[in-house]
Design a protein around this ligand. Structure first.
Ligand code: ZN
Length: 203
């Protein structure tokens, strides 16, 4: 399998792969969409919400805010040494406290880890009128697009030209597009290894 990168920015990457079968190309695309670990807010504890939006709607909006993080420093709750109780290796706490009149933005979220923060600071969450307050604490953790769209890593398309598959990948999470691709190849390799191991056991 030969990979040739054609264009690359932090947000998007275009590359060709030679020697893929249609099934593998489809599988690689599906992994990039739904099996790459990204960080998103999963739990919110509201202390005050006088805004016109229900807690559930605000929680949904906050959950969809993409977060920058270093994938090498975090593990999923299931794989963490804390056995899923929650610690600094598998979760990040955010807090927010605002009083109107103002528009609450993603950049108003205060993170317990300075390296984990919203990708964009100006994503509007809700408008607060005079005297209205919004106050909550939230927990972000790793997940995949298969569990919920808020953890989707990228939008991905590909076309076939001759013997090559040309992929177009745009990151929609806090990872660089090339990191989404690298993680996807790792997931694909792991699947192949597990399958080979299972085959060996059958002998
Ligand atoms: Zn943990």
């Amino acid at each position: 399998m030969k990979v040739n990168v054609l264009k690359k920015t932090d947000e998007a990457i275009e590359f060709e792969v030679e020697g893929l079968t249609p099934a593998f190309a489809g599988e690689l695309r599906r992994i990039m969409l739904s099996e790459v670990n990204t960080m998103a807010i999963e739990w919110i504890d509201f202390h005050k919400n006088d805004s016109v939006l229900w807690d559930e709607i605000i929680a949904n909006r906050v959950g969809l805010i993409p977060l920058v993080f270093d994938p090498k420093l975090f593990s999923t709750k299931e794989e963490c040494k804390c056995s899923g109780k929650g610690c600094s290796n598998c979760q990040v706490i955010f807090s927010l406290k605002k009083k109107g009149p103002c528009i609450v933005y993603s950049g108003d979220l205060v993170s317990s880890d300075k390296n984990v923060k919203p990708v964009h600071e100006r994503i509007p969450i809700v408008e607060l009128k005079e005297g209205q307050e919004l106050e909550f604490e939230a927990i972000a953790q790793l997940g995949t697009g298969r569990e919920h769209a808020k953890w989707q890593g990228a939008v991905v398309g590909y076309e076939v030209s001759g013997k090559k598959y040309r992929f177009y990948v745009e990151s929609v999470c806090g990872l660089k597009a090339e990191d989404v691709v690298k993680q996807s190849f790792e997931v694909l390799n792991k699947k192949i290894e597990e399958f080979t191991e299972d085959l060996t056991k059958l002998k």
